[in-house]
Design a binder for this molecule. Sequence first.
Ligand code: ZN
Length: 446
Amino acid sequence: MRRLLFALSLGVLATVTAQQVAAEPVLLISIDGLRPADVLQAEQRGLHLPNLQAFLQRGAYASNVRGVLPTLTYPSHTTLITGVSPGVHGIFANLTFDPYGKNQQGWYWYASDIRVPTLWDAAHNAGLSTANVHWPVSVGAHIDWNLPQVWRTGTDDDRKLLAALATPGLLPSLEKDLGPYANGIDEDLAGDQNRTRFAIKLLETRKPAFMTVYLTALDTQQHASGPDTPASRDVLEHIDQLIGQLVATAQHVHPDGAIAVVSDHGFAPVQHDVNLYLPFIKAGLITVKDGKVTDWQAMPWNDGGSAAIVLRDSANVAVKNQVAALLAQLQTDPLFAIDHVLDHAQLVAQGGTPKAEWFVQFKLGYEMALTLDTPLPSQGSHYLGMHGYDPALPQMRSTFLVMGAHVPAARNLGEVDMRDIAPTLAALLGTSLPQAQGKPLLPASR
Ligand SMILES: [Zn+2]
């Protein structure tokens, strides 16, 4: 018994020591919609990105990251923080499935919808302190200092909601020094600059061992004007300055820490809206009265460059056969610009939502219409840049850069599976994500 106890205590000691040796603080920054070549080929593209390019010499980087289904912000960010596909983590789209439009454009705000442990959880369980500024799906997450992303209607009451959902007392204490925090709905460069000031103050004053920071203006600008436009390039160069400030602060606070920069998806120019609701309405599968859905049997779930097709009753064979025939017909009609359709088995195998029966991937240049009454063919498109297309496409690939005391310098990791990023960061933190589908990318011993 004594020997056993002795062995047990040795084992515990060895575990703790190994964790202490491996553990290093991690700052994880996401730049929404950052394409890998913008950093890897910055000179060729005429982009001045000294702070992002510094990672290529000082750290390790992916030539590109293959994302998840759908290539959208919320599903992708949840994969980045869990290491599993959307079908497993439960964040299936940006907006929740809301066929009658009752949820006021509600996004998947709530961390309680995430079905597996996150990096915040793993860090917390390892006894590490955690912080967050604006990361998607973070309302109610177990984070020591949390400023979650949330908005509702864009009125002033949103500020009270955000303050109420943030860690009690945190927002007032930061605002005392910094002035008002950005509104949740503000997704332009000024919002990123404001949140970066809050992130820097949080880092300096609370010194969290694991911190997430989310910057959104590049995505906003690429949607509005398209990728590669002067406006999008300008926003990216300004974000590079924010990265420089965050890196300098993190290295001052945690000289032995690691810093990772990720993105969630790529971007492609778009010229046409596709009203995929129309054929479903014509076929009697969606009933519309006074511009509102009053009944439905089958419904597209908008994912930008794609759409999931949900059946109200997937056991209804007659409806299922009707929709299958309809989708087969739409695929032959160039008006709908469908690249391919996944059936349920293919959708689940590719890590997409099990709630849908099919998954429609549009051709590049086409996006799902936002409203039931969008004309077909459309006059132009609602956005000028879009994502949500097939994750296999080079245009949809995203970014991974990491540097730190224990990260090899100038190391090209090649093509990376997005699900490998969370386990890699967990290993740097000296912890792990046992449920992750991906694996750590950096050598374990150092
Ligand atoms: Zn995004």
